[in-house]
Write a protein that binds this ligand. Structure first.
Ligand SMILES: C[S@@+](CC[C@H](N)C(=O)[O-])C[C@H]1O[C@@H](n2cnc3c(N)ncnc32)[C@H](O)[C@@H]1O
Length: 281
């Protein structure tokens, strides 16, 4: 393909040789039967790379998938959201960015920024316009927990780069110690999915902990992304209202959605700043 492009350039510019200097233009070709479609990649690194996740955790979700999980849920900025196995914090960070209207590409560069055909001013004006629409929401109820202390450090650093560290509380916590004393909250999480026999005991304990945390809770919604098709048979509280088939990278996964109840205005408490309770709920 490169040769074909060079041949056309030679014809057009009446030149025999082209230096390979200057910015990169990635051309992709896709063919179906006898139709070829040529595209030029304006982005460079995949669009899921927002630029805030310098350090990964254990099996981090793509940022785009985490954002989709939030958008497919009933969460909005007035409701409490917990990811009790948050890894590198992608789900709460994406929720905070959505609530604050932070454009997902604001922190990153794009391959086409170096192309002379696009005036630099467009980029700076677009970035200014995107900064202008950010809304300074300070009272979100977003919580990310993980059993792994190092992951929590990673979450805090990622949230700082994303500019949302002030609205998310990240804490080291085992899901077996999760106690929820608020009503009408939303849990969105992707638990570890084990392939080794030794993992199964841990996963079973995680499922027991999810059941326990949800016992006697009204209105809570649960959204679980997992490749484990047995999850619904372990979560005994309800049947999923909807199961969406998605891909996490190239792993086929299901997004189990348990809607819970919608809160009425009277049900919405004042904005709390912790999910820790006195155990009396
Ligand atoms: C698949 S990863 C979650 C990835 C995360 N969604 C992200 O985007 O980075 C599962 C996480 O569950 C955590 N985990 C495992 N057992 C746990 C437990 N008992 N309590 C809390 N977290 C646990 C692991 O440390 C790991 O970070």
């Amino acid at each position: 393909m490169k040769k074909a492009v060079v041949e056309r350039l030679k014809e057009k510019h009446n030149k025999e040789w082209f230096e390979e200097t200057g910015p990169e233009f990635t051309i992709q070709i896709s063919m179906l039967k006898d139709v070829a479609v040529l595209t030029i990649d304006t982005s460079g690194a995949g669009l899921h790379k927002r630029g805030y996740r310098e350090a990964g955790g254990e099996a981090p979700l793509k940022e785009t998938l985490a954002a989709a999980l939030v958008l497919l849920s009933f969460w909005d900025a007035d409701r409490l959201l917990i990811d009790p196995m948050c890894g590198s914090g992608t789900i709460p960070i994406e929720a905070a960015m959505i609530a604050r209207h932070i454009a997902p590409g604001l922190q990153r560069g794009f391959a086409s920024e170096k192309w002379p055909v696009i005036d630099e001013d467009y980029w700076s004006e677009s970035r200014l316009a995107a900064r202008d629409v950010i809304i300074p929401v300070h009272k979100l109820q977003l919580f990310g927990y993980d059993i792994d202390a190092k992951s929590i450090e990673v979450c805090k650093s990622n949230a700082t780069i994303a500019g949302v560290e002030d609205v998310i509380l990240f804490e080291r916590k085992d899901i077996r110690d999760l106690w929820i004393d608020k009503q009408y909250g939303i849990v969105i999480s992707n638990p570890p999915y084990g392939v080794r026999m030794s993992d199964f005991k841990d996963i079973n304990e995680i499922y027991i902990a999810i059941n326990k945390a949800f016992r006697k809770k009204w209105g809570w919604s649960l959204y679980i992304l997992t490749a484990d098709e047995l999850f619904p048979s372990y979560f005994k509280r309800a049947r999923p209202d909807r199961v969406r088939k998605l891909y996490n990278g190239n792993i086929k996964v299901n997004y189990y959605q348990y809607y819970g109840d919608r809160p009425t205005e009277n049900d919405m408490p004042d904005q709390p700043n912790s999910t820790e309770g006195d155990g009396s709920a």
